[in-house]
Ligand binder design. Structure first.
Ligand code: DP6
Length: 333
C-alpha cells in the first residue's frame, strides 16, 4: 500500500483552522556527523539508515507566515516567482497542512547560505513547521514536528532540536518511528567552523544525488553497514566527550559518502579546487598536532570541527572561518 504524505499529516494534525493571522518561528541549520544518504521511501523521505548531527544555533532560518488572499514568498527580502524552484517546493509542502483556499504570504530569512551544501533546506522546512504550529495553535510535540519536517526534507527532521541530534531510521512504512531527538549532552567547548568557499547553487540536488548514488554506485552497497557500525561509535564519543574519536569518525563518514558519490554514474563531484586545498590544510594542521577535523555535504563548502582550546590555531590557518558555538556563548568568551 502506497502511503501519501497528506495521509500521514492527517494522522498528526488536530485540525486545519488557523488560530492566528500571523506567526513567526525559527529553526537552526544542522551539519551531519554521520550522514543521511539514501532513502527507503522517497515521498515520505524515509531514510535507509539513522544519522546524527549538530545543530548550528544562530545559523538557520526565521520564517514569518501571514494568512492572506494570495500565496507569496520572499527569501532574504527577494520576491520569488511562483514558478521558481523554491516557491514550488515550499508551497507543495505547505499544501499538506492547509485547506484549499487558505493562502500564505511567507517571508523567510536565512542566516546560512542557500543550496551550497550548508543545509538551508533543513532549517527552511523545520522553521515552516514551527511557524505553522504557532499559526494553527497545534501545540505539537518535538517528535511530531520532526516527522512533519522530515516530509519536507529528510535532514529537516534534525533541525527541530538543538545540540547533538540523532534521527532514528525507523522501520514502519508510515514513518511514525522515523524522527529525530536531541541527545542529552552539552559540550560548551565544541565548535563548528564554516568555510564558505562558494554560495553557488549546486548542479545536483542532494535528493537527486542520493538517488543516483543508490542506483548506480558500486560503493553504496557497503554504506548502510558502515553506518550501523559507526553510529554507536559516534554516540559513545559524544557521551564520553572523546573529541578525537568523534572527529575521526565524522571525517571518515564524510569522505566515505563523498566516495560513494564519485563512484556513481554520471559521477557526482561537489568539490571545488578550494575544497581540496582546505582538506589538505586540515591534514597539515593535524600533522602539526592541532585537533581539527573536516566534514562536507552535498556542496563544495567545508565545515570544521574543533574545540575552543584550538580555536586560535584553526582560525589563523583559515582566516575566513565563521565559528559557531552550538551550545551558546557562555564559555571562555
Ligand atoms: C548530504 O535532507 O537535503 O546533507 O531528503 O532529499 O530533501 P532530501 O535530502 P536532504 O539531504 C541531506 C544530505 C546531506 C547529509 C545529511 O544532512 O545528513
Amino acid at each position: 500500500m502506497k502511503l501519501e504524505p497528506r495521509e500521514i499529516v492527517d494522522q498528526i494534525l488536530p485540525h486545519r483552522i488557523p488560530a492566528l493571522d500571523l506567526a513567526e518561528a525559527y529553526a537552526p541549520a544542522n551539519i551531519a556527523l554521520c550522514k543521511y544518504w539514501g532513502k527507503r521511501n522517497e515521498a515520505l523521505k524515509l531514510p535507509l539508515t539513522g544519522s546524527l548531527s549538530i545543530s548550528l544555533a544562530e545559523l538557520g532560518t526565521r520564517m514569518r507566515c501571514r494568512v492572506a488572499e494570495t500565496d507569496g514568498l520572499e527569501i532574504n527580502g527577494e520576491t520569488q516567482a511562483p514558478d521558481s524552484k523554491a516557491f514550488r517546493r515550499l508551497f507543495s509542502f505547505l499544501d499538506l497542512f492547509r485547506e484549499a483556499g487558505t493562502c500564505f504570504q511567507i517571508q523567510s530569512t536565512n542566516t546560512i547560505p542557500m543550496a551550497a551544501g550548508l543545509a538551508s533546506s533543513a532549517s527552511a522546512f523545520a522553521s515552516a513547521v514551527n511557524t505553522l504550529n504557532l499559526l494553527y495553535g497545534w501545540e505539537l510535540s518535538d517528535r511530531s514536528r520532526s516527522i512533519l519536517s522530515r516530509i519536507g526534507s529528510g535532514s529537516a527532521s534534525r533541525s527541530i532540536c538543538p545540540g547533538f541530534v540523532e534521527w532514528f531510521c525507523g522501520e514502519q512504512a508510515d514513518g511514525m518511528d522515523s524522527y529525530a531527538e536531541a541527545m542529552d549532552v552539552s559540550w560548551p567547548e565544541f565548535r563548528v567552523g564554516i568555510l564558505r568557499l562558494s554560495d553557488a547553487e549546486k548542479a545536483v540536488s542532494s535528493g537527486v544525488g542520493m538517488q543516483r548514488t543508490m542506483d548506480t554506485s558500486v560503493l553504496y552497497q557497503s554504506w548502510p553497514a558502515q553506518v550501523e557500525r559507526d553510529l554507536p561509535v559516534l554516540r559513545e564519543a559524544i557521551r564520553e566527550k572523546d573529541f578525537a574519536c568523534l572527529g575521526k569518525t565524522a571525517e571518515r563518514k564524510a569522505m566515505a559518502v563523498q566516495a560513494t558519490m564519485s563512484a556513481a554514474w554520471p559521477p557526482i563531484l561537489y568539490w571545488k579546487p578550494e575544497s581540496v586545498v582546505t582538506l589538505q590544510g586540515v591534514h597539515r594542521l593535524r600533522a602539526d598536532g592541532v585537533e581539527v577535523y573536516a566534514t562536507m555535504d552535498a556542496g563544495p563548502n567545508v565545515k570544521l570541527l574543533f574545540l575552543e582550546q584550538n580555536r586560535d590555531e584553526v582560525q589563523s590557518a583559515f582566516p575566513d572561518l565563521q565559528v559557531v558555538q552550538p551550545f551558546g556563548t557562555t564559555c571562555q568568551d
